[in-house]
Design a protein around this ligand. Sequence first.
Ligand code: TYM
Length: 335
Amino acid sequence: MNQKEIVVSGVRPTGKLHLGNYFGAVQQFLKMQEQFDCYFFIADYHSLTTHPSPDGLHNSVKQVLAEYLACGLDPDKCTLYIQSDLPQIPELYMILNMNAYMGELERVASFKEKVKSQPDNINAGLLTYPVLMAADIIMHKATKVPVGKDQEQHLEMARTFGNRFNRIYNCECFPEPHAFNFGDNLVKVPGLSGKGKMSKSENENFAIFLADEPELIRKKMMRAVTDTGPTEPNQPVTEPVQNLFDLMKLVSTADTLQHFTETYNNATIRYGDLKKQLAEDMIVFTQPIREKINVILSNTSLLGKVAKQGAEKANESANKTMKEVREIMGFRKFY
Ligand code: TYM
């Protein structure tokens, strides 16, 4: 029998899902659940680096689970679970930490960024973040990991730690996981601040969330950063404007994009019109998802049922791997 390839990916419950999460990750999950053996989870352990309150953590986990379902993830097609329902994850994380070195962890770009942006909270969890991520991925022996561009280096680390384990113990326990996207490249969805990616941790006004009400989307879009506008035909496009065109590629029709590209190129563009159109297209895109999120969120019994079913399936897979890992490492029972 031909076994399906294994897919693992997760989202941190540090806030609601935004268009970056959707186009970088969840859209890929939807397609992958039809073809592969998929494990999609809510990375609640990963969110601890930012010290959430217990109620905040609890609510965010439910929110992301409801959003996963509202986007179309189907618990009968994929294994949908909460990371902290797998005690095997911290076990494998601890084991992998023994062969993860300070030097390589300190060189990770996301760690260096955090050192700069939050100098008073450089905790050990931040340093070993890629090790925890590697544990998530190799726990189910995944080969494909649908993620956005920002996670590329973490995937490289997951390969390093899996391969290192295989080498040290002279085994083939873990296959190599690779970042995956159905397109040619990993996706980076820009934010509205004029620079950089859309993100949960930056200013909320620069991200569009799937759960945002139409009025809020319009307001945020009107405040999106642009430039002073082209003064003559065929000027190069600046980053803030390119970002809006990139967002348009995701939610608008080809005709709309072409219209605004042409008006830019003949220097007649009105950014107000572009922003209005983009806001309306975002509203049309997010509306069916937003409506479902609210219905699902109020159905606590459904959320509970899904989480329980997912925990059972994910535990089965994790137990199998940990049994093998313990045997390989010499944790053998003699009593
Ligand atoms: P997180 O929660 O920051 O983001 C979840 C997913 O959304 C993608 N993403 C983006 N893609 C494109 N453009 C953007 N602006 C954008 N913003 C976010 C991310 O690339 C990611 O795929 N460490 C992970 C969670 C995690 C994980 C894992 C992922 C923990 N363990 C194992 C894969 C496999 C994170 O913080 O993602």
